[in-house]
Write a protein that binds this ligand. Sequence first.
Ligand SMILES: Nc1ncnc2c1ncn2[C@@H]1O[C@H](COP(=O)(O)OP(=O)(O)O)[C@@H](O)[C@H]1O
Ligand SMILES: [Mg+2]
Length: 291
Amino acid sequence: MTKIEMFTGKGGVGKTTMSVATALHYAESGRTLLISTDPSGSLSEIFAKPLDQKVVSVAKNLDAVELTRKLVLDLWREKFADEIYTVLSSFLPVGREIIDYIEGAPGIDEEFMLDYLLSMAQSGTYKTIVWDTAPTVTTLNLLFIQQLFYSHLTQAQKVYIKVKSVFNKVDPLALIDKWLHLTAQIIELLRTDTSAWVVANPEHLPVEQALDIASSLTDFEIDVNGFILNKILPVEICAHHPFWQQKYEAQQICRKRLYMGSGNRPIKEIPELAGKMKIDGFLGEVSRLLY
Ligand SMILES: Nc1ncnc2c1ncn2[C@@H]1O[C@H](COP(=O)(O)OP(=O)(O)O)[C@@H](O)[C@H]1O
Ligand SMILES: [Mg+2]
């Protein structure tokens, strides 16, 4: 069974850095896929290859893909447009344009990303999927709302379809049931095969957000492995200048706050590093520090 490890946290805290370092680590012991769903993703730049069109091999045992909104919507259309049209047109007087309309609905892209994740996990190709993600609490919320929505849809339509089936041969209930099943599978995947690392910097907002995200994930029954506290200023560098000393102390206060709120989950600490976020830059070092 494919394991999914996700990295979440506020923008700019180091999710992509940790994801790439982790993916490199897992690739040493099995086929690994690195997926970025962060809209401000930078995988293509890090690996110096276009990764926003399809899955591409980036290193030994390591594939990567940047799921941009456009790529996700293209895949969504290919897979679901006909089905959605079939269902809606069976009980509403709508034309094909309804697909364009739905495509613009908020959350469709995020929701489909999860479907993509599921199909990648089910393909059995990868031992591990590392998932570099923007904060997902909204996405997860949508998923549960959607499950409710589909089940209501199934209930309400049962009555209507019974009557309508006299005039219309298409049975949209089977499709709605299929979507419901798919959503249940995604939720199951997140609850049983996925675990999360929450990344933060030693600053007030990233730490508070990290704690919020961790508690939301726990509410959704997604395993939180722990926190990664990234870009900690090394004490020896800060000792000789009041500005850096002050910065260091401010960081340490936030660091303590994270330990206090962490509920004894593990916290991995990564210092502020020099160099570039490249394969031959500090990514190797981050990987060594993490594992
Ligand atoms: N430990 C670190 N030391 C120095 N720079 C870092 C460190 N971790 C991340 N960075 C830099 O911080 C910026 C944001 O990191 P990134 O991984 O892209 O964050 P996110 O994916 O959360 O937006 C990048 O420029 C990255 O190179
Ligand atoms: Mg990123």
